[in-house]
Ligand binder design. Structure first.
Ligand code: BMA
Length: 375
C-alpha cells in the first residue's frame, strides 16, 4: 500500500516539476544554455529588485562621445547600469552605423563588454518602412501586410531579417559563447506613430508578423534571443494584449511610458505609471512571463526629485525586471532641446538620483554581476 502512495507522490512531484519547468522555459525551444540561464535567473532577480538600464550608455553621454571607460551614471554613482539598450536600425540597409550614428562595430564591442561583466543587453529596432523606404515613423497603413509571406515586400523583409540574424550570431562573449539578447522588435505597438503601430495593421496581421519573424530567426539558427513584447499606452489588460502573439512566442511583457508634465496637478505620470504597472504585473503573472518598463524618462529631467518622487513612487511597489532610461544625447539641434534621460555629473537631479541608487531594491552593476545571470 505505502509503495503505491509513494509512487503516486513521485508522479505528482514529477508532474509538478515539469509543469514549473515548462513555465520557466524561454519561447525559443532551442535557446542556448546561456539564454535559458539568463531567463531563469532574471525571474529570480525580479523578486529581489529592479535593474537600472540606460540606452547607448557606453557609446556617449551628455558632452562626450566614444571615450573609453566613460558612463554618465557611473560618474555619479561609481557603478555602471545593469541593463544596456541598443538600437539596430540601419542594419537592414547595410549601413555601418545605426540610426543615431553608433557604429555597429563599436556596438558589438560594447555588447561584449556588458556580457563579460555579467550584465544585460537589450536591442530594439527602429527599422525603416519596407513598403516605401521611409522611416520607422512613417504611418502608411498596410505596410505590415506588405511584408507577410506571399506579399509584395516579403523577399525584401527576409533580406533584412538575414542581416539582423547575422548580427545576432556575431555577438560573442570572451568565453566564446553567443551573447543572449533581450530582443524588443515592433515596440510601442499601441501607438500610431510607427508603421507597425495600432491603426496601421490588424491584430491578426501583427501576430503573423511577430510569429513569422520569430520562426524566421529560429530557422536561421538564431537561438540567443529572449523576446520582449512592448506597447506604449493602454487602458486595460485586454488592450495591452490585443496584439500579443501568444505565450509560445514571447518571454517578457513590457511597455514604454514617458513623463511630459512633471509633478504638478497630482503627478499624472506617476499615477498612470503605477496603474499600468499593476495591469502589467497581472498579465506577467497570468502568463508566467517577465515584466519590464522598457523605456522611460523625463527629457532633461527638469524636476530635481524625479527619481524618488515620480519614478520610484510609481514602480517601487511592483515586481519588474528592469527599467530603462532613454539615451543621453545632449543638445539636439534638430529639436533645439537637451535630449537626455539619465542624469550626468552636476545635473540638478544628481542628489536625488543617488537616493534612488541607494534604495535596496534598485539594482546596478555590482549586485547584478554577482548574480551570475548566465550560469
Ligand atoms: C528617439 C529619439 C531619437 C532617436 C530614436 C531612435 O526617441 O531619441 O533622437 O533617433 O529614438 O533611437
Amino acid at each position: 500500500m505505502w509503495r503505491k502512495s509513494l509512487l503516486k507522490l513521485c508522479c505528482y512531484t514529477v508532474a509538478l516539476l515539469s509543469f514549473t519547468a515548462a513555465f520557466s522555459q524561454v519561447a525559443d525551444k532551442k535557446a542556448t544554455t546561456e539564454t535559458r540561464n539568463l531567463y531563469k535567473n532574471l525571474k529570480k532577480l525580479q523578486k529581489k529588485g529592479v535593474m537600472f538600464g540606460h540606452q547607448d550608455a557606453l557609446a556617449y553621454g551628455v558632452g562626450w562621445q566614444y571615450q573609453e571607460g566613460r558612463n554618465d551614471v557611473k560618474e555619479i554613482t561609481g557603478e555602471l547600469p545593469a541593463v544596456f539598450g541598443w538600437d539596430v536600425a540601419g542594419l537592414e540597409k547595410g549601413s555601418s552605423v545605426n540610426i543615431d550614428s553608433v557604429p555597429f562595430d563599436k556596438m558589438r564591442e560594447y555588447i561584449k563588454l556588458v556580457y563579460d561583466k555579467g550584465l544585460v543587453n537589450t536591442i530594439s529596432w527602429h527599422l525603416d518602412n519596407p513598403l516605401n523606404g521611409k522611416t520607422a515613423w512613417d504611418e502608411t497603413s498596410g505596410s505590415v501586410a506588405s511584408i507577410l509571406p506571399g506579399a509584395l515586400k516579403n523577399e525584401l523583409y527576409n533580406s533584412w531579417l538575414d542581416k539582423l540574424a547575422s548580427f545576432m550570431l556575431s555577438l560573442e562573449g570572451s568565453d566564446g559563447k553567443l551573447i543572449p539578447i533581450l530582443f524588443r522588435p515592433y515596440h510601442e505597438l499601441t501607438g500610431n506613430w510607427f508603421w507597425w503601430g495600432n491603426k496601421h495593421c490588424t491584430p491578426d496581421e501583427f501576430k503573423q508578423l511577430w510569429q513569422y519573424t520569430f520562426n524566421y530567426f529560429n530557422n536561421k539558427g538564431v537561438h540567443n534571443l529572449i523576446y520582449v513584447y512592448n506597447t506604449s499606452d493602454f487602458n486595460s489588460t485586454e488592450e495591452f494584449l490585443e496584439k500579443y502573439p501568444g505565450d509560445s512566442f514571447a518571454d517578457m511583457v513590457s511597455f514604454d511610458a514617458y513623463d511630459y508634465k512633471g509633478p504638478a496637478e497630482g503627478n499624472p505620470f506617476a499615477k498612470s505609471l503605477n496603474e499600468k504597472l499593476t495591469m502589467l504585473e497581472a498579465v506577467a503573472k497570468k502568463h508566467q512571463k517577465l515584466a519590464a518598463l522598457a523605456e522611460t524618462g523625463y527629457e532633461a529631467i527638469p524636476y530635481s526629485e524625479w527619481w524618488t518622487e515620480s519614478l520610484w513612487k510609481a514602480i517601487g511597489n511592483h515586481q519588474i525586471s528592469y527599467v530603462l532610461l532613454w539615451r543621453n544625447f545632449g543638445y539636439q539641434p534638430s529639436t533645439g532641446r537637451q535630449h537626455f534621460y539619465a542624469p550626468h555629473s552636476g545635473h540638478v537631479s544628481e542628489k536625488d538620483f543617488l537616493k534612488f541608487y541607494n534604495l535596496d531594491k534598485t539594482l546596478f552593476e555590482k549586485e547584478v554581476s554577482k548574480f551570475n545571470l548566465y550560469k
